[in-house]
Design a protein around this ligand. Structure first.
Ligand SMILES: Cc1ncc(COP(=O)(O)O)c(C=O)c1O
Length: 439
C-alpha cells in the first residue's frame, strides 16, 4: 500500500502530510492480515477445493486493490466510531451515545456518574446476567435483588418500592429478552427517591416503550453488541447512552479521563477527573472500541429493524401455535406502547397442570434436538454472592417469583431467523412434549 498517501488522521500520531510522519497507525496491516481475517470469517464449506479456487481469485483482487489504495489511517476511536455514534443518537433519539467495548463497561461508567460509593445500595432484578451487578459488588456497594414479574420476568416495580432504603442510590432495570420493563413506574420511584436509573439494555437495542427507545428512558442505558445479540460489532461491543449532561464527558469516561480537547502546557492532552452526581470520579478503565467494529455495526444497524421484524413474526407464529395447549402461559407480545426486540422467546409452563415441570420439559425437548437458552439462573444461586458475604437464603425467600420461574416454569427458545422447517419443528416438539406431560 502507498504509505506516502496516508490520509490525515489523529493529530497525536501525525500520520497525515508531515514529511516524516510518525506513521504508527495501520502501518503493520498487510494483505495477508486481511486474508487471515477473511479466512476466519468465511471458512471452507463442504467443497474445500471450490473454496480455495474462489479464495485465490479474491486474494489476487485484494492484492490489486491494496496496490491502488492507502492504509487505514486510524484503527481505533476514529471517524467511523464518531459516525456510528451520530447514527445511534439519531436512531435512538437520544442526546449522547458513546460506542464502547461491551455493555458491562457501560454499567460501570453509568454507576460512576451516579456517584455510587462503597456502602450505597443498588437494586437489580434477581434474574439477570451477573455483569449487571458486577461493578457495585466489586466496589463494596450492596446489591439488593428485587423479585420479578411472573409474566415478563422483568424486575417488579412493587418489589423495588419495598426494597428502597435511605442508602439506595441506583436502580438497574434489565429488559430481559428485549421485552420492556415497566419504566414509568420505575422512573416515578427514582424521582421520588432521587435515584439514578441505569438500564441494562443488553437485549434491548431497537425496543421501544411508550414512544421512547429502551436505554434512553432512565438516566443511562448500556447496550450489548456481543456475538449472540440481534446485531453485533464483530463479536463484542457496547453503547452507553444518556440524555443528561454527563454525556458530554462520555468520550473521556471511555478512556481513563483522557482529554484531547484541552491540552496542558507543553503536552498534547490533559487527564482529568470527571464530575458525577455528588462529586468527582476517576475513570481508570479503557473501554475503547475499534474502528472496524464501528464499520461492521454501522452495516448491521441498517438491518436491525428487519431482523426484529423476522423475530417478531417467529414469536407471533409460536404464540399462535401454543394456543392449543392451555398449559403454556402466553408469551407477552407487542402492544401500541410496547415494542420488544424479540431477542428471546419466553416460554413459561403452567406447571401445576403437568406431571413434572420445566426441568423435565427441558430434558425432553433437549432430546428432540432443541437448544434452549434459559437466561438466566437467579443471581443469588451462584456461589459468588455468598462469597461476598450475602445471606443468599434470605434473598431467595424475598424473590419467590424468580425462584418459582427458575425451578419450575421458564426457559427461552431461540427466535433468530430460523428456517420455517426449524420453527415448525420446534413448535410441534414443544406441543408434543407438553401434551405428553399432561396430568
Ligand atoms: C442481561 C445482560 N446484561 C449484560 C450483559 C453483558 O453484556 P456484554 O457482554 O456486552 O458486557 C449480557 C450479556 O449477554 C446480558 O445478557
Amino acid at each position: 500500500m502507498k504509505e506516502k498517501e496516508k490520509k490525515k488522521s489523529d493529530f497525536r500520531y501525525q500520520t497525515g502530510d508531515a514529511r516524516v510522519p510518525w506513521a504508527a497507525v495501520g502501518e503493520s496491516v498487510t494483505v495477508s492480515d486481511i486474508e487471515a481475517m477473511l479466512r476466519f470469517l468465511i471458512q471452507p464449506g463442504e467443497d474445500p477445493s471450490a473454496y480455495d479456487n474462489q479464495m485465490s481469485k479474491v486474494m489476487s483482487a485484494l492484492q490489486d486493490l491494496a496496490g491502488k489504495g492507502v492504509y487505514a489511517s486510524k484503527l481505533t476511536l476514529g471517524d467511523n466510531v464518531k459516525a456510528l455514534e451520530e447514527k445511534m443518537q439519531e436512531y435512538l433519539q437520544v442526546k449522547h451515545a458513546c460506542f464502547i467495548t461491551n455493555a458491562t463497561a457501560g454499567f460501570e461508567i453509568g454507576l460512576k456518574f451516579a456517584g455510587l460509593k462503597p456502602g450505597d445500595e443498588v437494586i437489580a432484578p434477581a434474574i439477570t446476567f451477573l455483569s449487571t451487578i458486577a461493578y457495585p459488588l466489586v466496589i463494596g456497594a450492596k446489591v439488593v435483588l428485587a423479585d420479578v414479574d411472573p409474566l415478563t420476568l422483568n424486575i417488579d416495580p412493587k418489589d423495588i418500592a419495598r426494597k428502597i432504603t435511605k442508602k439506595t442510590k441506583a436502580i438497574m432495570p434489565v429488559h430481559i429478552g428485549g421485552y420492556p420493563c415497566e419504566m414509568d413506574e420505575i422512573m416515578k420511584l427514582a424521582e421520588e427517591h432521587d435515584l439514578t436509573v441505569v438500564e441494562d439494555v443488553a437485549h434491548g437495542f431497537g425496543g421501544w416503550y411508550k414512544g421512547k427507545a429502551l436505554g434512553c428512558i432512565g438516566h443511562f442505558g448500556s447496550f450489548s453488541f456481543h456475538e449472540v445479540k440481534n446485531i453485533t460489532s464483530l463479536g463484542e461491543g457496547g453503547l452507553i447512552t444518556t440524555n443528561t449532561e454527563y454525556g458530554n464527558d462520555f468520550p473521556k469516561a471511555r478512556f481513563g479521563g483522557f482529554d484531547i480537547s484541552n491540552p496542558i502546557d507543553k503536552w498534547l492532552y490533559d487527564v482529568v477527573l470527571l464530575k458525577g452526581k455528588g462529586g468527582h470520579l476517576s475513570m481508570a478503565g479503557n473501554h475503547s472500541p475499534m474502528e472496524i467494529q464501528a464499520v461492521a455495526l454501522m452495516e448491521q444497524l441498517k438491518r436491525n429493524q428487519q431482523i426484529i421484524d423476522i423475530r417478531r413474526e417467529n414469536a407471533a407464529y409460536l404464540i399462535e401455535r401454543f394456543k392449543e395447549v392451555e398449559e403454556i402461559i402466553p408469551c407477552p407480545f407487542d402492544t401500541e406502547d410496547i415494542k420488544s426486540t424479540f431477542h428471546l422467546y419466553l416460554l413459561q409452563l403452567d406447571w401445576r397442570k403437568l406431571n413434572g415441570d420445566i426441568q423435565d420439559f427441558k430434558v425432553k425437548i433437549g432430546e428432540k434436538g432443541i437448544t434452549q437458552i434459559p437466561h438466566f439462573a437467579p443471581l443469588y444461586r451462584f456461589s459468588y454472592l455468598k462469597q461476598f458475604g450475602y445471606d443468599t437464603e434470605a434473598i431467595k425467600r424475598s424473590c419467590p417469583n424468580a425462584e418459582e420461574a427458575f425451578l419450575h416454569k421458564f426457559t427461552h427458545l431461540p427466535l433468530y431467523p430460523l428456517t420455517r422447517e426449524q420453527l415448525e419443528y420446534m413448535a410441534d416438539s414443544v406441543i408434543e412434549v407438553v401434551k405428553e406431560m399432561r396430568k
